[in-house]
Design a protein. Structure first.
Lengths: 313, 276
């Protein structure tokens, strides 16, 4: 984002002088590229190569149980995945988990951020305690909540109005509830911290001016804070949506996809690792990759238009 | 006056709610791990009989000790590589003038958002062929997909804040370039590098998907994967208590790190996202 600003003059100057860079500038560039090269090459190799290989595998019939049947089959794996109801059900499940957890996190994260922003004291303990969910291993968090909602071990079951016979992880809605709750617990801190950083950029004078004009706190939040925080909110939403869409650990530990809670990552895992059907599994992998690109594209598109319309006003 | 008093009460309640919400599952898993195996199914929040039996059972076999060793070693090496490569790139991004800077940062962000499941199958197939399956190296390589972008992002955000003029000032004052680097730049950069290392380590320590799919034995299986496949001492034993004990063992170091370095971690988490 802002990173582009300082670099912008350099290429312009370079093109004007058409390669007439000073010796110093040229050696600076060379040094910069040499310093960046190892990291860039490493990133390309560890992601680019395997994804390329996944595309290659996805075009083959390649099941490790029948390695001799391996042959090039074009796009038929994609046809099989997209033609199956499982893929669409799993995509739906993933979207449900993503939308609900990100929406709840946004609201809770905003409340925590507002509380921390206005804090006169006690900011330290709050910050420290909300970082704990963030730092905890996801598998551990998933186990903690699974056991909490387990009818035999769990303290939640039979608590207050909750029925003693309720076993949420054996039914679909209950499973979604526990999975989403775990996700929300684990990642709200990240959301809150990003929003808190965005909140710090809203100038106090605007609030003071609005107060003088008679605007109440609610009005000030919706008319001043929220519009000014739009970029920060969109960045936080983008990060969290893409992250939630990849959900694997929590579902694996809590339901393993049972009760129709399978997500696309679990589906890919089952095909690739359990059934060792690398051809079909790779097609799922590539489709998940494309879905992520589409989500990112939609966000960035939305991001671009909102900042543009803000500037236009 | 009454208004500020009421605000203060609301604020204290707010703090308590947030702290309680954040700590509840941690306290719960700790309490579960300290329950006597006979009372583990009593459904109470606190143990009736306090016991360390779950911890004893956890360390009875070597499985968990091996997992701890693997987790620690793999996360540490992945962090070291990411920090070395990342700080070179971040130095160039923060300090030098060259075209392609935005492209590198954008690329790093794209890699960070990459779904790991998309490369699991390829790596599974490749690693079996070239003998990297179930090895430390076989996990460290895919860990670069998230540790490197994270390191580049946080380090370049930190490096931008360093007053680099001080280096020249020291040289004007008669320091050699090496002295200027050692005595001025290193102390200024060290906290940022350290924070980036903590964040990277937490991410590597947390991984489950790669550890689950690319390992099969104690040779390289890390803690999260070991936890997921824990099955008690015998077929009829409920592993709940032992898993809880293991969960506590891997959580305590993270909590200590978070408590000590909270301020820096928050700076590292947000600087990249807001200014980057």
């Amino acid at each position: 984002m802002a990173a582009g600003a300082p670099t912008a003059p350099a290429p312009v100057a370079a093109s004007k002088r058409s390669g007439g860079l000073t010796e110093r500038a040229r050696s600076e560039r060379k040094l910069a590229w040499m310093l960046c090269a190892p990291a860039v090459v490493a990133m390309l190799v560890v992601t680019g190569y395997p994804i390329g290989y996944a595309i290659y595998l996805s075009l083959q019939r390649y099941d490790l149980r029948f390695p001799d049947d391996r042959e090039f089959v074009g796009l038929s794996n994609y046809g099989e995945v997209l033609g199956s109801s499982t893929w669409w059900l799993d995509l739906f499940n993933t979207v449900v988990i993503t939308v609900f957890s990100v929406a709840i996190e946004l609201v809770l994260g905003m409340i925590i951020a507002l509380v921390m922003h206005r804090a006169i004291f006690g900011r330290g303990p709050v910050r420290a305690s909300i970082l704990i969910p963030y730092g905890i291993v996801t598998v551990v968090a998933a186990f903690a909540w699974r056991y909490a909602f387990d009818p035999t071990t769990g303290f939640v079951i039979g608590l207050g109005p909750i029925s003693e016979t309720w076993a949420p992880l054996t039914e679909r809605a209950g499973s979604f509830f526990v999975i989403i709750m775990t996700e929300v617990w684990k990642t709200t801190p990240f959301m809150a911290l990003l929003l808190l950083a965005g909140l710090a950029l809203v100038p106090d004078e605007l609030h003071e001016a609005a107060k003088v004009d008679g605007a109440g706190p609610v009005q000030r939040f919706f008319r001043i804070t929220l519009p000014l925080m739009k970029p920060a909110i969109l960045v936080a939403l983008l990060f969290r949506t893409l992250d939630a869409f990849r959900i694997f650990d929590t579902v694996f530990i809590q339901t393993l996809g049972a009760n129709d809670t399978e997500t696309v990552s679990i589906l890919g895992y089952n095909q690739l690792i359990n059934r060792v059907n690398l051809g079909l599994g790779s097609a799922i992998s590539v489709l998940i990759f494309i879905s992520v690109i589409v989500i990112a594209f939609v966000f960035i598109k939305g991001f671009g238009t909102t900042t543009a319309s803000q500037r236009g006003e | 006056m009454t208004n500020t008093n009421r605000d203060r009460v609301l604020w204290v309640i707010g703090i308590l709610v947030v702290v309680f919400y954040a700590l509840l599952p941690v306290l719960w898993i700790m309490s579960l791990s300290l329950k006597d195996p006979a009372t583990i199914g009593d459904g109470r929040f606190l143990p009736q009989e306090w016991s360390l039996q779950n911890y004893e059972q956890l360390f009875e076999t070597d499985a968990f000790t091996f997992a701890l060793r693997n987790s620690f070693g793999i996360a540490a090496i992945a962090t070291l590589i990411a920090i070395v490569l990342g700080s070179m790139a971040a130095y160039a991004i923060a300090r030098l003038d060259f075209p392609g800077k935005t492209l590198i940062l954008g690329g790093a962000l794209a890699v960070a958002m990459f779904p790991p499941i998309s490369i699991v199958g390829s790596l599974f197939d490749l690693w079996r062929e070239i003998g990297l399956f179930d090895t430390w190296v076989g996990l460290i390589i895919p860990y670069m997909t998230f540790t490197l972008p994270l390191a580049i992002y946080t380090l370049s955000a930190f490096f931008r804040e360093i007053p680099w003029e001080l280096e020249q000032a020291a040289q004007v004052d008669g320091a050699t370039p090496w002295q200027a680097y050692r005595k001025v730049i290193v102390p200024l950069a060290a906290p940022g590098v350290f924070t980036a290392a903590i964040l990277t380590f937490i991410f590597a320590w947390n991984d489950f998907l790669f550890a689950n799919t690319l390992t099969s034995t104690d040779a390289a299986r890390t803690v999260p994967a070991t936890l997921a496949f824990f099955t008690g001492g015998s077929q009829f034993e409920d592993p709940t208590g032992v898993i809880s004990a293991a969960a506590v063992v891997v959580t305590v170091p993270i909590i200590i790190m978070v408590l000590i370095f909270q301020r820096r971690i928050v700076a590292g988490l947000t600087s990249g996202a807001v200014k980057g």
